[in-house]
Design a protein around this ligand. Structure first.
Ligand code: FAD
Length: 295
């Protein structure tokens, strides 16, 4: 087998619907779950020697994958690469740590400033890639530095916050051949009770406003300048509009959800339809926030 010399989990012909929160997506050639940097480098070298494409994912919570899958290798950086450590007011996490796990460690160490991210269902590596944010905070505000693997020369280098070129749902990682390895956050000593109270409040807000009992990738569209995507979609009369099991959520019209067996094709049709109607009515272009994994 192609990846037999790797000392980590390799799943061949793995359905990607098992690895995306949309619960949509066909098979890939192999899915690799690296435990250390050397596994990532080794896996990529094997892909390159065999002319195989590869793509890195975290928790697949911002990802839409075609029904016929991905004709390449998926490198899934999640639980196997998720160590978290605290040094004074800094928290250092491997990129596969889930944001909820990072929150727990921050809370246990009375560290504040991470509460805004606690309910985002991704890994911290994916959150750096996306400059994920919620409730007035974003990763940009708390990142001190990030270690990346440069895929042009397999070197590990450190990028300071200023070098990450963060802006709304953007970071330099989207433009470079980098894999995020380790993240250093600059947090602050706080009061445990207050940290928990903020966390509970935000959790309650998410539960009451978001359709968390269905598959989705969160907000389907970015916030267009001067508007809210969900308001435009609702005002266009599209709340509850659906193509088979792909729905514009009735609870939050900024979310396209999978109510059962929605396919990639149906979700894409729905995305394009929403974009078309909103543009016709309000002359606002909705750009997708969800990343689409194309062959
Ligand atoms: P994935 O979806 O696996 O990947 C996303 C992108 O990041 C891909 O292009 C992938 O190649 C890249 N990537 C992932 N890991 C790495 C790595 N280690 N190195 C390099 N590139 C990498 N987002 C928000 O910003 N705010 C919210 O409030 C929010 N709420 C959500 C609510 C729900 C219910 C859901 C399902 C999603 C929500 N999201 C939200 C979207 C999503 O959780 C975030 O974008 C998250 O940061 C994605 O992380 P991930 O690990 O799942 O990344």
């Amino acid at each position: 087998m192609l990846f037999s010399k790797l000392n980590c989990v390799v799943k061949y012909d793995e359905p990607l619907k098992n690895h995306t929160t949309f619960q949509i997506g066909g098979k890939c050639i192999a899915l690799i779950e690296p435990k250390k940097v050397e596994d990532i480098i080794e896996a990529i070298k094997i892909c390159r020697e065999n002319n195989l494409k590869f793509f890195v994912i975290g928790n697949g919570s911002n990802l839409l994958v075609p029904d016929d899958g991905y004709n390449g290798v998926i490198i899934k950086i999640k639980s196997e690469f998720s160590n978290i450590q605290v040094e004074g007011e800094c928290l250092i996490a491997h990129s596969g740590a889930k944001l909820s796990e990072v929150y727990t460690v921050a809370y246990e160490n009375s560290l504040t400033r991470f509460e805004f991210a606690s309910g985002i269902p991704g890994t911290i590596g994916g959150a750096i890639f996306m400059n994920a944010g919620a409730y007035g905070g974003e990763m940009k505000d708390i990142v001190e530095s990030v270690e990346v693997l440069d895929l042009d020369n397999y070197e590990v280098k450190e990028l300071k916050n200023e070098e990450l070129d963060f802006s709304y749902r953007k970071s330099i990682i989207q433009r470079k051949n980098y894999i995020v390895l380790t993240i250093k956050l600059k947090l602050k000593k706080g009061n445990k009770e207050e940290i928990k109270a903020v966390y509970e409040d935000l959790r309650e807000k998410r539960n009451s406003k978001q359709p968390l009992n269905f598959g989705s990738a969160g907000s389907t569209f970015k916030r267009p300048e001067g508007h809210f995507a969900s308001k435009l979609i609702e005002d266009a009369g599209l709340k509850g509009y659906h193509i088979n099991d792909a729905w514009v959520s009735e609870k939050h019209s900024g979310f396209i959800i999978n109510k059962g067996n929605a396919s990639y094709k149906e979700v894409m049709e729905l995305i394009e339809y929403v974009q078309k109607v909103v543009f016709e009515k309000f002359e606002v272009k909705l750009e997708t926030e969800v990343r689409i994994l194309k062959d």
